[in-house]
Structures are given as C-alpha cells and as structure tokens.
Ligand binder design. Structure first.
Ligand SMILES: CC(C)(COP(=O)(O)OP(=O)(O)OC[C@H]1O[C@@H](n2cnc3c(N)ncnc32)[C@H](O)[C@@H]1OP(=O)(O)O)[C@@H](O)C(=O)NCCC(=O)NCCS
Length: 197
C-alpha cells in the first residue's frame, strides 16, 4: 500500500502544455524507444533497455517503487505520446528529501520541454509530499541537464569525484539541491499564479 495515500497509481500532473501521468503496459514500446538509446542513458543510473523484457522489468520496478513509496516516476506525455519521464527517487520521509531525475526521447531534446514538465513534479514534491529539499546529480559533461537544473533554481553544492562506473567509464557527479523556501520565493519573484497539484 502506498504510504502517501495516493491510491493505486500516481496522480496526473499538468505541466505547461504537457501532461505527466502514470505509466501502463501500453507505454512499454514508448519506454523502450526512450531508454534503448545509449545517448539517453549515458549519464543515467540505467542500462539501455534493449529488449521488451528489459522494458517490462523497468516498468515493474516503477510499480514496486510506487507501492513502497520510494520512487515515483511519471511519463511525460506530449502530443498524445510518452516522450520522457520525470522521477522522484530515494524518497526519504524522515528527512523530507528526494532525488529528482528526468529524461526525454532524443528527438525531443533542445525544445525546452523538460522545463515545461518538471516544475509540476517539484510542486508535487513540496506541496503534496511536504518535502523540504530535492537533490539532483549530473555528470559535469551533461550540459543540458545542468542548464535545466540551474534554470529551475537548483544550486551547485559540490562534486563527487569518480563515484559511478557506468557504460564502461568512471563518471563524476556534480551535486545540486533545491530547497522548498527557495522554490516558493522564486515563484513569488516571478509573480506566478500558485501552481496547483
Ligand atoms: C537532460 C534533458 C532532459 C534536457 O532536456 P531538454 O528539454 O532537451 O532541455 P532544454 O531544451 O531546456 O535545453 C537545456 C539547455 O541545454 C542546451 N542543450 C540541449 N542539448 C544540448 C547538448 N546536447 N549539448 C549542449 N547543450 C545542450 C540547450 O540549448 C539549452 O540551453 P540554454 O539553457 O542556453 O537555452 C535531455 O537532454 C535528456 O533527456 N538527456 C538524457 C537523459 C539525462 O541525461 N538526464 C539527466 C540525468 S538525470
């Protein structure tokens, strides 16, 4: 049973022209199309999903994470198609903290789509889950991810040297953090409407 009383699946969130929704079996081909691409997973803690069985296992781990309340992964739907995902992982209720991650199918890179989707998940994390802090990490070479995090207001907090071995290479990780009070203050500064969850 989900510890946040979310029922049987994640709620649908609304971004700026995109929808974030629960992933179903019907989305397996889309998940495979996104995550079979080695360029998409190059800096992610995920091996390429090269087979339907690997995609099924991936979806199963998303479902288990939801039931445990440790990992919430939404599909990003644009033009009626799942084109990416956004994830809250390592959800820690004791310390009111989680890690955020995101990925898009390569054809959708460079269009500002992530910035249209991720704020809805951040808002969910702070308003619905009452988290205090969201962390993220990014390989220093992953310029697009770093740009997205900084535009969202995440601050650089340090560098973990050679902390991952992934895709046959040792990788560094830049650490980022976003505090709830900084997120609220930036929403006020930009004179946004309150974002509903
Ligand atoms: C990270 C990712 C989600 C970014 O999403 P996006 O919607 O394409 O990002 P944007 O279009 O807002 O681009 C962000 C910035 O990076 C720049 N950029 C995009 N792709 C780039 C690339 N390959 N190299 C350098 N800069 C790039 C954009 O020009 C933009 O720059 P600006 O801030 O000066 O305008 C996407 O690149 C992706 O799916 N990468 C693979 C998965 C991944 O690494 N996820 C992050 C780890 S959790």
């Amino acid at each position: 049973m989900n510890p946040d009383q979310l029922g049987t699946q994640l709620p649908t969130l609304t971004g700026d022209g995109v929808m974030l929704r629960w992933l179903t079996d019907a989305d397996l081909p889309a998940l495979e199309a996104i995550f079979a691409d080695p360029q998409v997973v190059r800096y992610m803690a995920t091996e390429p999903l090269n087979t339907r069985a690997a995609a099924e296992q991936y979806l199963q781990s998303i479902r288990e994470g939801f039931l445990e309340g440790s990992l919430y992964q939404w599909g990003i739907e644009c033009d009626g198609e799942i084109v990416g995902t956004c994830t809250l992982a390592a959800i820690d209720r004791q310390n009111r903290h989680a890690q955020i991650g995101f990925a898009l199918k390569r054809q959708y890179w460079g269009q500002g789509l992530t910035l249209k989707a991720v704020p809805a998940v951040i808002e969910f994390a702070f308003a619905r889950l009452q988290l205090h802090r969201i962390g993220a990490d990014a390989d220093p070479r992953n310029i697009a991810s770093i740009r997205v995090l900084e535009k969202l207001g995440f601050q650089r907090e340090g560098l973990l040297r050679e902390c991952y071995f992934h895709m046959g290479e040792i990788q560094d990780a830049l650490l980022f953090g976003l505090l709830q009070r900084d997120w609220s203050a930036s929403a006020c500064r930009h004179n946004d409407e309150p974002r509903s969850v």
